[in-house]
Each structure stands twice: as C-alpha cells, then as structure tokens.
Design a protein around this ligand. Structure first.
Ligand code: AGP
Length: 372
C-alpha cells in the first residue's frame, strides 16, 4: 500500500532515501568515543583473529560487489590476503581452506542457497565463518561462527540498495577491526577513516539532495539499447553494481568494466552517442589512477561515447571530457563507493520507470534465491 511505501511510488525509492539512516544505524554502537571499534558480535577471539592468514569472501549478486570492494579495504588496512568469489563458483572448485582462513559470507536475506552451501563447505574444511547479514535469525547467520548484522531494516524491492550500502559499512568495520586487533602500520589512517565513516551518512544525504539532474539524464536515455560502466580501483566494483542495477531494473544491456581493460577488448563496443558512465577515483592521493581515468575518458569520447562522469567535487580535470557530470562529495578513497553508488541506483530506477517497467518486482527475479 501507499502507506507502507512511506509516500513514495516504489519501495525502491523509499529504500534509496533511507540510506543515510541505514548507514548510521549500522555504525551505531560499534565505534566508541575514543574512535576504537567495539565489535563484540564478532565472537571469534582476538588470538584467533591474529592467526588468520587468509580472508575469503563469498556472496552473490550485489552482495558479491560489496565483497569486491571489501577486498581493497582488507588488504590495504590489514595486509591479510583476501579473495572474493561468487558463492556458486567457490563451492565447486575445491578451494583451499583451513582453520586460519576467515570466510566472510555476505547476504542481505541470509537465505541465499549458493552462499549457504559455500559457507557449509567452508566450515567442513575447518574455516571460521563470519556472516554479514541483514535478516535476524536467518539461516546463514545461524550456521556461521559469528554474525555482524547490517541494520538496513527490511528491504522489500528486489533490487538491493540500502542493504548494499550497509554491507559496505559492515565490511569496512570488519577490515578496520582486523587492523585494530592485529595492529598495523596504518594506525593513523585507520583513525582518520573511522572519523570519516562516522560522518559519511551526512554525505550520502547530500548526494540524495542533488539527484534531480541524474533523473533527468536517465529519462533522456530511455530509448538507448546499451549503457557501459567503467571504473578503476574501488570504482570498478561500483561500475559492476551500476550495470547490474540497470540490467535488473531497466532490462537494458549494461556492462561494467575495469577501465584499464578498455583497450584489451571492450573499447570496440563504443559507438556514436553510446552512454558510458565513468566512476572517477579521487584526484587526491592516488593521482596516478586519476590521470589514467582521465585518459580513458578521453579515449572513449574520441570514439564517440557520450560520457557520464561521476567525479568528486573540485575534480576539474574531468570537466572538459564529461558530457554529463555527476558530482559526489570528497571522501577517503576506500570509502568512495558509499557515495558513488547512490547516483547509479537513482539512474537505474528512473530509467526503469521511464521504460514503463515494474521497479519493485522486475521480471524473472525473486528477492531471495533459495535454490542453487
Ligand atoms: C541485487 O539487486 C539482486 N537482486 C541480487 O543480486 C542479490 O544481491 C543476490 O541475489 C544476493 O542476495 P542476498 O544478499 O540476499 O544473499
């Protein structure tokens, strides 16, 4: 009913709008006044966590994209090697696991069969399993050694939005916690990031306040056949997520690529006026990456692409090559997906509406996939 949707036309719109609160709720009570992480729920003891020599993340769909982003954070802040794998592939390839492996299973519903089978297999091999889950008491957390709940609240729309943002928050918390427990040379950086994380909900809100041009742009592209998404570093999984949202909602051909892969094949796809969304990394710090994305944007534009660039406020270098510019707030590099994903959700939702699609219940899809 309209009341359940809180005055929004679709659950998805309501859930997109709820993201600042969902992010804040997921952080609540997990960072103390001194800026230390207090994750008592992670019942795996400090001694055991210090012995972990590999993290393996398993998940499906959007949750898998959260895992891809987590890898950058975990490896950077903890120096523990981290693999991310689609749960459906992991289970059937005889993965190497033992008691020093920490398996992180990410799932909104907690009922996804592929993810459940992957974690059962991991536990049989002696690995510890930590679930990141949004649904209290569901099967995946029940069968795990520990669970870090995301507090997104119920997500009704089939397309995951607020659950994804809170999965990211939970992943950052796990990465930072592992860094804290094990001690790392990034102590100062970790303190800064924790501080930024506490402020990030406000930044997500600011992004939501500036989405009208994105909706307008989406409507203008309703008759297109293909949209490509490019990113580098954590922007690459964001590109994959932007493409997944567009497939499931707008039923358009959408693909995400690592921008560095362009000349290894995908650039052949570019045609006159084809929309290409580029997620630009921050121009600060890792400026090498930023220079590279600027040349990628130039390359595709020279071949006729209509460039839609998601870039930080103050990033002037992309301006000459952006047919459309979507501004996001300045954030630490690893946290950028919390703000850069939001415009892509809004974009997909609006495009779906413009094409007359059922936003909350896309064809052929179920909210929770309980078969393998
Ligand atoms: C996301 O928009 C999808 N509908 C889908 O990819 C989903 O993320 C996937 O099925 C995993 O679900 P889960 O998080 O409940 O395990």
């Amino acid at each position: 009913s309209a009341a359940e949707k809180g005055g929004y036309d679709y659950f998805m719109l309501k859930e997109i709008a709820e993201q600042p609160k969902a992010v804040a709720d997921t952080l609540l009570g997990r960072i103390d006044a001194a800026g230390s992480l207090t994750l008592d729920e992670v019942r795996i003891g400090a001694a055991e966590l210090r012995e972990v020599d590999k993290v393996v993340i398993v998940a499906c769909g959007t949750a898998f994209h959260a895992g891809l982003i987590a890898k950058y954070a975990i490896e950077h802040w903890t120096r523990i090697p981290c693999e991310v794998e689609l749960a459906s592939e992991f289970r059937y390839r005889d993965p190497i696991l033992d008691r020093q492996t920490l398996v992180v299973a990410i799932s909104q519903s907690g009922e996804t069969m592929d993810t459940l089978m992957a974690l059962r297999h991991a536990r049989e091999q002696g690995a510890r399993v930590l679930a990141i889950c949004n649904t209290n008491g569901s099967t995946i957390p029940r069968e795990s050694d520990a669970v870090l709940y995301t507090h997104a609240g119920p997500e009704v729309a089939v397309a995951s939005t607020k659950a994804f943002l809170t999965q990211l928050v939970a992943c950052y918390l796990v990465a930072l916690y592992l860094g804290q427990v094990r001690g790392t040379k990034w102590g100062d950086e970790i303190r800064d990031v924790v501080r930024e994380l506490s402020r990030i909900s406000r930044e997500v809100e600011r992004v939501l306040e500036t989405m009208e041009p994105v909706r307008e742009l989406a409507r203008s592209l309703a008759d297109k056949d293909t949209v490509l998404f490019l990113g580098r570093h954590v922007g690459y999984p964001v590109a994959l997520e932007g493409a997944l949202k567009l497939k499931e909602l707008a039923y358009m051909h959408a693909e995400g690529f690592a921008a560095g892969e362009l000349k290894h094949g995908p650039i052949a796809l570019i045609e006159e006026d084809m929309p290409v969304v580029v997620v630009a990394p921050s121009p600060r710090g890792r400026s090498v990456l930023h220079d590279k994305i600027v040349s990628n944007i130039q390359e595709i534009r020279a071949r006729g692409a209509r460039t839609i660039v998601v870039a930080e406020e103050g990033d002037e270098a992309v301006v000459p090559y952006a047919d459309h510019l979507i501004r996001i707030p300045v954030t630490p590099t690893l946290l950028q997906p919390l703000v850069s994903t939001v415009p892509l959700q809004v974009f997909a939702c609006e495009l779906a509406t413009a094409r007359g699609n059922e936003v909350d219940q896309p064809r052929n899809l179920a909210k929770s996939v309980t078969v393998e």
